[in-house]
Design a protein around this ligand. Sequence first.
Ligand SMILES: [Zn+2]
Length: 361
Amino acid sequence: MAKNMFLGKIRGHVGEAKGIASADKRQREEAENIPNSVILTKREVQGEWNASRVLMTTIGGKPRQITTNDLAQFRHNMRLAQSNFNGDGITARQVIDLASSKPMPGTGADTDIERARIQINMAVPVSAHNSEIRFITNAGPDSDVTRHHVLIRFNAFSTAVNKLMASKTKDRKTPKQTANWLRKQKLAYECDCGRHRFWFRYIATIGNFNAGRKELGFPKIRNPNLKGVACKHVLRVMSEIESSTTVLNFLTKHMEKAHASADNTAKLRAKQSELEKAASKQSTRTRAIKTSEQRAQDRQRIKERNALHKVAKVTPRLARKPAATRKIEAAIESGKLSENDLSVLRKFNFTDKQIAEKLGV
Ligand SMILES: [Zn+2]
């Protein structure tokens, strides 16, 4: 139950999240506007570079001063990162797959996806306003806060609600199907943690799947190679969006509300007690975060196991007939019983067992 405490009070969570976001925005503006700002701007990366500027980068391993050659490398890294994405938004599955196949340098337990698997066990949808869904997750063990706010924007929300317009208001099946469709479509995200802010907000911005404040300052120190895609909190949320019934039920309710409204809009807020129940359920089990490759392996294993079961079930039946049937066949073979007598007995609905008893074999 202790892990439940991470959820905290949900009352006021929107104000809290917005407060954190506006403080972040203010600090960022100040950082760019002070004299001797260390932000590497969009224009500078594009080549408008003042050679007297002294800025540092870690590209190549060790901290050193940025040169004009580095700017070309940064632009190259941007193109490489952008080639991983294709257009407006990213799916939950793509985020998980990219975090696994192109992690921010680090191995094993040090990658964002492993941290998500080990440290972040709670992620619940708390409120929704049209396309935007707010999630709360627990914070990692070394964090100075207890929870994080992850904002998800489902880009296909309007399309989903428009699909529903052709069905009856009281139809309960279609909103669920639509919610299930929606959670597999493209989305945008942001997290209020430092990892998203300093490592990934820039990547999310240039990839066009960033919710909230855009970041155009190049992460020259933290992530000059533009690796990885999402923090551990976002990764846990993506896994929940992909496969949890809590999220599916929440989205279904939201769809029902939008469906029943006169103008295709909806607001939804989960109840504290419901979320505590969901959070407590999540904290009692380790939930996998599966990549497409792992899902394919699981499917293959299930297929092989089912095939084995099938063989095991079918073979004994083919190999061994019931004892009474075998006795009758032996009696016919030895001439103790004629085919004719057998068909007469069967006509009177005698079972093989009764026939075998009559024969006394
Ligand atoms: Zn985060």
